[in-house]
Design a protein. Sequence first.
Length: 320
Amino acid sequence: MHAIVVSSPGGRSALEYREVPDPSPGPGEIVIDVAAAGVNFTDIYHREGRYPLPTPFTVGSEGAGTVSAVGPGVEDVAAGDRVGWVSVLGGYAEKAVIPADKAIPLPEHVPFDLAAAVLLQGLTAHYLTHSLYEVRSGDDVLVHAAAGGMGLLLTQMVKLRGARVIGTVSTEEKEKLAREAGADDVLRYDGFADKARELTGGKGVHVVYDGVGAATFDGSLSALRVRGMLALYGAASGPVAAFDPQRLNQGGSLFLTRPTLAHYTATRDELLWRAGDVLGWVESGALKVHVSGRYPLADAARAHEDLEGRRTTGKLLLIP
């Protein structure tokens, strides 16, 4: 089979399209014929070595396909099952091996490409809006990069919970997409904190969902109301510099958290709860998934280039 392998962390040239042996499932594992794999900033962080991994490794933490083999001791998954997964490496490949307890059953009417496009970001948006900060009707919520794959899902989930979305985007085209997803107000990044305060009568927002990082961090804190929360779930523009925690006091007893999906899908019950909600909304049409690019597996470097260059809206997929 073919896979995208990183032997030494680095730039996009570190993504090697290689022929590798077909995998075999060990005890408690399954093999999946990958129909589609999601492309995420996490993959870039792994490639760069920002999130260090033992090398060599196959990139990709999200995908969907058909189970082709099961290992000893696997009882709840069978060959032929349609499944997806998140937070397990190996997605940039024609076949992937995952623990059977990480397999997510796919509803009949959710195609593989939509499943691969929604699972990692959809489950992240779910825990951000339903657990980390439980969005309530009437809340004011600031969503950064509101036209990106995460931003579009976050916007829709915040609206499903009855809150107001103030989104940030960089272009007119992205503003249109954010509004179509339900954003009530859409701002450019320049001066967004002051404008968000104006839109909330000077109070500030209840929560900021920030996957941008260094470029927006200061403004995100400034946009919060007293006892507001900054959920810093990513760092697309680079890591945030060290800062004095006293600033949280001065800003109004603010809360800052740096969460990750693994800690909010720590049990199989929690994984299936979140996935069931997200896939159910996709199946019913309540949650729209915007796929803006599909690339052959061999073009993984081009997908990374487009994602890093902010030339995309919605989700990017690799198709083996």
